[in-house]
Ligand binder design. Sequence first.
Ligand code: ADP
Ligand code: ZN
Length: 435
Amino acid sequence: MIFNPKMECMPREDMHKLQSERLCKIVKYCYERVPFYKKKMDRLGLSPDDIKSIDDIVKLPFTTKTDLRDEYPFGLQAVPMSEVRRIHASSGTTGKPVVATYTDHDIEMWSEGVARVMSCANVGKGDVIQVSYGYGLFTGGLGAHDGANKVGAIQLPTSAGNSEKQIMLMQDFGSTVLACTPSYALHLAERIEQSDKVDINNMKLRVGFFGAEPWTEGMRKELESKLHIKAFDIYGLTEMSGPGVGGECEEQNGTHLWEDMFYPEIINPDTLEPCAHGEFGELVFTSLCKEAMPIIRYRTRDLTRLIYEPCKCGRTAVRMDKILGRSDDMLIVRGVNVFPSTIEAILTEFPVFTPQYFITVDRKNNEDMFDLDVELRNEFFSPNPSKQMPFIKPLYDRIVSVVGIKPNIHIKEPNSIARSIGKAKHVNDKRNFHR
Ligand code: ADP
Ligand code: ZN
């Protein structure tokens, strides 16, 4: 089902026109209402009248996470506080969080984004959507919740954590849809598998909406087979609103971005120049119709590429390839770039391993060390190191050939690598302490 055929299937020339109209309007709006934007544009000698179409977007300055932190909490807000209905903030592990504020219209628009994603999977009336994203300042919980409301589904706001109860309710209430991070979905799937009280065959789950962190095709297969669902990717970020900036259709050949609301660009993060069509680079978004806190050319640090070919589903909305990771999550080990998600992708090629892993990077004798903890599936595990060797060798060889670094692989007991109820933490880079 297509939630908003007019927007999702708009001919590209019409979309170009709509984006142009919206960009001109939002730039003028920001210039007049937010001193931060006025200052930045004045410095470049740019006036809102210089922006005549969406193609002029490249003239505009970027906005970075540091800008948002500097303007904490409400410096980028374009409306008086009395117009604001909701405040969210992203996790921001260090320092001040990044704040997002919303008017009624913004919440409406945000939930429409999520509703479009849910409709991609034909989720709607009668579906019980178990929202196991955290509720709170994090946009995951309430974002999915409002989207579920918009498609007319039944909202089951379990939030994240308390897995035993999650599973009990999933069974007793007949949840048909699970919405959470892929790592938490995997954790729930493992717990269901290990339990003798519940049987996945007696559950009604049929769809999963997983996002908020990168995940691989291997993880999709794992979740689909363990939970008996079709798993859909949902993408978003607090700075644009939250989850539902885009999502996968049933073709699952990329994430459709709702570009009538969020205009995507791909730039080269070093030169800041636009990339050629189809090239990988950093994703940049402009919110085209947000009222409370519109953001112009926000550098997401997410690395991906855009696909403009039409999709078989009938939507014309541009698609985004799976996100490799954030540029700031990329590890440089002995001069080699490593994305944690590549390790997940490799691990899931090996049926003997679970997709759980943890990377520790350290520096010893002026050399980077890359330690990788992995888990064998129960049926293959033996505490005897000599019995582990035959499993380690092929994994080691594959990592050397794909990634180009030599890992120290450690096989851990089943279930011993820490599970996450939200966004997983896969890396401890101890070098940061030595520098
Ligand atoms: P934080 O920056 O604190 O993690 P957010 O919750 O706003 O705050 O996170 C947004 C980020 O999460 C995105 O920029 C992206 O890096 C990641 N993300 C969200 N959804 C996905 C997804 N489906 N696939 C990969 N990464 C995702
Ligand atoms: Zn499609």
